[in-house]
Design a protein around this ligand. Structure first.
Ligand SMILES: *Cc1c(COP(=O)(O)O)cnc(C)c1O
Length: 384
């Protein structure tokens, strides 16, 4: 068949030689994957059972990332989502159903609680906030219709380390699944599955991405128990991910260990400096005794990360704190931590039912700048 040049633009009759073996996983951009024979036509999200049938269910790029995350966390399977928040909603919407009751710690990431209060409540799912330090006492909150227990450890901003093994034991006794937001530990500092968690999620946006340039999430299952439920909801809710973001996450994974090591050291240096300041009431850093659950952290975690909060004494005026924060030059004002740049964020209106937090909280993320420069920056901003 002689083809017009217009057709050859679309369907060339030449191609590059095969066999190039790169160390990097190729970025496969594709909504369509070609099927080999009409007899083989299938359409199913489960790539364990069927061949590639649609770009949405996975490309070699996204499935490579998912497989590596499952391997790293010691899970059965990982589903990827377009952000950490999508990973959270995927878990709730796969497991909870109308007439049910779910337990969410008061210290959970704000949008997790908003999802519960504003979306799940509308679907007839009752959400109860519990004291993050409840440990095994959580059993007293279980009801016949309790469908899911959520944990996040450490909690967002207030940094409570939960007694996940005790909560897991109580939940297991009643057959209630336990899900964990394991973003802080980036799936490595806390071994979710060894500590009894059924479903572990991460905002890969944070440490795995590590450079503040992607939005991606993961849901990793301990075993096959929720594989069908989560896989089905993942497809039907339409949580497709970008292969470019997956490629950046694959790159980020390669340097995760060295970045975490430096982030931990720098975080401890900056937190120690802040702990010695007159205006500071407490430093909520898991490695510091003032952090609620510090002993559980020592028992269950293999390291600390770069995020912590500082509680300023109640007498410190809000305006003064605002001035100090605005004077910072290296610490930038921004929410999404886990990258190479140091960040700061005040929380003046924290809404917590459990735990008392008199005094303003300021969250820090210590990046990969030289810690000596960061301390100089803090000194010029705070010491006057
Ligand atoms: C950032 C974050 C999320 C949400 O991740 P996005 O990718 O920004 O949607 C969820 N949980 C925790 C603990 C986070 O810090």
């Amino acid at each position: 068949m002689t083809l017009s040049w217009k057709t050859r633009l679309i369907q060339p009759q030449v191609s590059a030689p095969e066999g190039f073996r790169s160390l990097a996983t190729p970025v496969y951009r594709g909504s369509t994957t070609l099927l080999r024979s009409a007899a083989e036509v299938v359409d199913h999200w489960d790539q364990r059972r069927t061949r590639y049938s649609y770009g949405f269910y996975g490309t070699p790029t996204s499935l490579e990332l998912a497989a590596r995350l499952a391997e790293l966390e010691g899970g059965y399977h990982t589903f990827l989502t377009p952000g950490g928040q999508a990973a959270i909603s995927l878990i709730f919407l796969s497991i909870a159903r109308s007439g049910g009751h779910v337990l969410v710690p008061d210290s959970a990431y704000g949008p997790t609680k908003d999802l519960a209060d504003r979306v799940l409540a509308r679907l007839g799912i009752e959400v109860e906030r519990y004291d993050p330090m409840a440990g095994g006492r959580i059993g007293s909150l279980f009801r016949p219709n309790t469908q899911l227990v959520w944990c996040e450890s450490p909690g967002s901003v207030t940094m409570e380390i939960q007694d996940v093994p005790a909560i897991a034991a109580a939940a297991r006794e009643r057959g209630i699944p336990l899900a964990l937001d394991n973003t802080y530990a980036s799936g490595v500092f806390f071994d979710a599955f060894r500590h009894g968690v059924d479903i572990s999620m991460q905002a890969l946006t944070k440490y795995v991405g590590g450079h503040s340039d992607i939005l991606l999430g993961s849901v990793t299952l301990r075993d096959s128990r929720f594989y069908e439920a989560v896989g089905d909801a993942h497809q039907l809710l339409g949580f497709a991910v970008s292969p470019d973001d997956c490629s950046l996450a694959l790159r980020g994974m390669q340097t995760l260990a060295v970045r975490l090591k430096q982030l931990e050291a720098s975080g401890l240096a900056v937190a120690s400096w802040l702990a010695n300041r007159q205006d500071v009431k407490a430093v909520l850093h898991p490695a510091f005794p003032a952090c609620p659950g510090h002993l559980e952290w020592k028992r269950d975690f293999s390291g600390s990360a770069s995020v912590f909060s500082v509680v300023f004494r109640p007498g410190v005026p809000r305006e003064r704190l605002v001035e100090c924060i605005d004077r910072l030059k290296l610490f930038k004002l921004g929410y999404s931590w886990g990258g190479v740049t140091s960040l700061v964020m005040p929380f003046f209106d924290l809404n917590r039912q459990h735990g008392k937090h008199s005094g303003w909280l300021v969250r820090f993320h210590v990046g990969l700048e030289d810690p000596a420069d960061l301390l100089t920056d803090l000194e010029q901003a705070f010491l006057r």
